[in-house]
Design a protein around this ligand. Sequence first.
Ligand code: ADP
Ligand code: MN
Ligand code: MN
Ligand code: MN
Ligand code: MN
Length: 380
Amino acid sequence: MAFALRGVSANVQVKRSAGARAGRALTVRVQAYGMKAEYVWADGNEGRPEKGMIFNEMRSKTKVFDEPLGLDASEYPDWSFDGSSTGQAAGNNSDCILRPVRVITDPIRGAPHVLVMCEVFAPDGTPHPTNTRAKLREIIDDKVLAEDCWYGLEQEYTMLQKTTGHIYGWPAGGYPAPQGPFYCGVGAESAFGRPLAEAHMEACMKAGLKISGINAEVMPGQWEYQIGPVGPLELGDEVMLSRWLLHRLGEDFGIVCTFNPKPVRTGDWNGTGAHTNFSTKSMRQPGGMQTILDAVDKLSKTHIEHITQYGLGNEARLTGKHETCDINTFKHGVADRGSSIRIPLPVMLKGYGYLEDRRPAANVDPYTVARLLIKTILKG
Ligand code: ADP
Ligand code: MN
Ligand code: MN
Ligand code: MN
Ligand code: MN
């Protein structure tokens, strides 16, 4: 029998002695067994698509504590790892530092066990070059805080069969029916892999992540979940932790989830994106459309700076077809899914709300997209 006592999880063995049977006291032995904390970080591989077919950028390792520590990241000690094995250091000076920044309940192991999102630091104590969260932290000043930025990221991904790398649910050695019936589809002929998508949503909710929905995507075997609306650092942390959960659950289901921007490059198949919805306080107030249009104008002037950091391999996805705008063109429009920036129809009708940056690829670094939107729109 297991139960929680003043935040301490315990295994309890109840010994039924002869005395107990006779109505006297039971012998109860309480043994605290501690807590598992899974330290999670991003490696130095940036989700490269040629590797992204099979390998993702998430890494983690487990630290056991004698007593549960709760959900305050500052209670957790730094830890180190071998950066030479993650593309983050040379072998002769390979220790990198993990610094906990966000703690959530581990929905797989259950409470009191936790997942610990970490920033990576170099041995000299400076943020590691791959630590894009630190770069985001640095740009958030009082002016940015006053604008109360909200983000909603639509994380698309594609399921692959573990043994073959073939798209999950596609016929062996062939293709399914042409795209059309699959987006938001239901039924065994349309939706491939729903048990994993559902288990992932459930896990995110149990962990307290702000997942706002899921849907089957245009290409069969492709799915989407949304994180948000949340602030910039929360967006990065929650997208990274939700990605880790997706890969981790994929182990149990025997399914590989890839963020490759264009998993099927021949034929008429949609790529995989991470539309990022964004608003500031002034955009969300009546009359906010003017601020939204000003933001679009600023974004039109920094297209190249954004597009070069919106995910490796994105050029294979942003072709101007399959609900994308060509990578070399900047276009905005209302309800236009072939634009770089879309203003949703309900936002246009109300006259305020948010904009959608449709350019980021599924493998985009969420801290980077959050930073670039602040940099261009609030500092440009
Ligand atoms: P789409 O119609 O493009 O498929 P989704 O419904 O999948 O859009 O995703 C929209 C995302 O935008 C959700 O994550 C939602 O939480 C988020 N969102 C809603 N309102 C705002 C807002 N004012 N600012 C930023 N994000 C928002
Ligand atoms: Mn070792
Ligand atoms: Mn969506
Ligand atoms: Mn989508
Ligand atoms: Mn969208």
